[in-house]
Write a protein of this length. Structure first.
Ligand code: RFL
Ligand code: PHB
Length: 389
């Protein structure tokens, strides 16, 4: 098989890149090791910046989002039994959209199918080859038979455990990493959310987040230890712990019900530099991971592929390699700011097992400052709604 850009990974990064390239008349094939059902079964992000929303609309995959997404003009921060509202709209003129990553993926897959573009699911042993030369390729196995896609470029959109980053030669890259000493236990239930807008809570017992997918479906998270097991958390235990960590007025209005998804995610920050090696370009979680506290991971995938599609577009329109050369610096320039913001929000809101009383006071003081200073609130709001690209 031959294509212009072989995309490894059919998550939001790979799917959105595929649509952007198609719009620019650039041929592409996506290959993913997982099945379509498996990909659509993943429950992850829920907050979209307007940059991502604009791109979905631009590629013709924004129809359902426009009809179903909830527009949020603010978020709540809770601490010491109180809460205050961060007015995103007043500070930035922008809002965020509540629309699940599962839905984004669904809509992008539908758009891809409508456009008749090729996706190979359930591919085994996917490997990128010869990307340091002029003729790269991607191979994979189906039913024990090896297949090859010859291409001009490879886009590694294969997430944090993907094969593309691992294929880069040792010594060609630098890794920056922070592993946090806790995880998030998440729960989905078809119950109305506790509040119209998200609530991020810092509590002595640990962080809690009240999010949602719709007016009838809630998504809640509580900070947990990394060695805890989902099986050890009954729904009742989860609801009790969540209520303990929320301010009393919020705790009282939590509607409980049976969960239909529960999972634990570890938290870490990770960046690899550069995100380009020869004709292989990394985008999304393949190049950087952020803890979910700032709701940035999915949105970073969108800005990466925006820059990457622009670079491929320039190359195919007039042969210029300028955009390709600038890609790594541009994408990482924006990603690092989201890495910083996510790290800052994580530090601000979680209970660190070894935190001294001094550090707890610093968190409380920073939250108090945010609630009292327009300028501090504006800086947080600017980052939360997403820096421009
Ligand atoms: P994905 O979505 O992981 O997709 C990668 C795809 O690559 C495939 N793949 C391979 N294919 C072939 N060969 C291999 N060797 C392969 N290895 C992997 C996989 O099957 C998969 O289909 O990466 P992508 O596209 O870069 O997208 C990134 C986002 O998924 C991620 O950043 C977000 O989910 C992060 N995130 C959040 N981001 C937000 O912007 N807002 C949020 O509110 C938010 N909340 C979250 C989150 C992530 C979470 N978890 C579970 C880590 C909440 C949680 C709990
Ligand atoms: C979610 O709804 O899954 C969600 C919302 C906000 C975050 C992280 C996850 O910061």
């Amino acid at each position: 098989m031959r294509t212009q850009v072989a995309i490894v990974g059919s998550g939001p990064a790979g799917l959105l890149l595929g649509q952007l390239l198609h719009k620019a008349g650039i041929d592409n094939v996506i290959v993913d090791r997982a099945s379509k059902a498996h990909i659509l079964g993943r429950v992850r992000a829920g907050v979209l910046e307007d940059g991502m929303a604009r791109q979905l609309t631009a590629v013709g995959a924004g129809g359902r989002m426009a009809a179903e997404a909830l527009v949020h003009d603010g978020v709540w921060l809770a601490f010491m039994g109180r809460r205050f509202r961060l007015d995103l709209k007043a500070h930035t003129g922008k809002s965020v959209l509540i629309y699940g990553q599962t839905e984004v993926t669904h809509d992008l897959m539908d758009a891809r199918e409508r456009a008749g573009l090729m996706t190979i699911y359930s591919a085994e042993n996917v490997r990128p080859h010869d990307f340091d030369g002029e003729s790269p390729s991607v191979t994979y196995d189906t039913d024990g038979i090896e297949k090859r896609i010859d291409c001009a470029f490879i886009a590694g959109c294969d997430g944090q455990h993907g094969v593309c980053r691992k294929s880069l030669p040792e010594g060609a890259t630098t890794v920056f990493e922070r592993v946090y000493p806790f995880g998030w236990l998440g729960l989905l239930a078809d119950v109305p959310p506790v509040s119209e807008e998200l609530v991020y809570a810092n509590h002595d017992r640990g962080f809690a987040l009240c999010s949602m997918r719709s007016r009838a479906r809630s998504r809640y998270y509580i900070q947990c230890r990394t060695d805890e097991r989902v099986e050890d958390w009954s729904d009742d235990a989860f609801w009790d712990e969540l209520r303990r960590r929320l301010p009393p007025d919020a705790a009282e209005s939590v509607t409980t019900g049976p969960s239909f998804e529960k999972s634990i995610a570890p938290l870490r920050s990770f960046v690899i530099e550069p995100v380009r090696f020869g004709r292989l370009f990394l985008a999304g979680d393949a190049g950087h991971i952020v803890p979910p506290t700032g709701a940035k991971g999915l949105n970073l995938a969108a800005s990466d592929v925006h820059y990457l599609a622009e670079a491929f577009g320039e190359y195919y329109a007039d042969g210029s390699e300028e955009g390709l050369r600038a890609y790594s610096e541009k994408a990482l320039g924006r990603a690092w700011k989201a890495v910083r913001f996510s790290w800052w929000m994580t530090n601000l809101l979680h209970r660190f097992p070894d935190a001294a009383p001094f550090e707890r006071r610093m968190q409380e003081t920073e939250l108090a400052y945010l609630s009292q200073s327009e300028r501090a609130a504006a800086a947080m709001a600017e980052n939360y709604v997403g820096l421009p690209y």
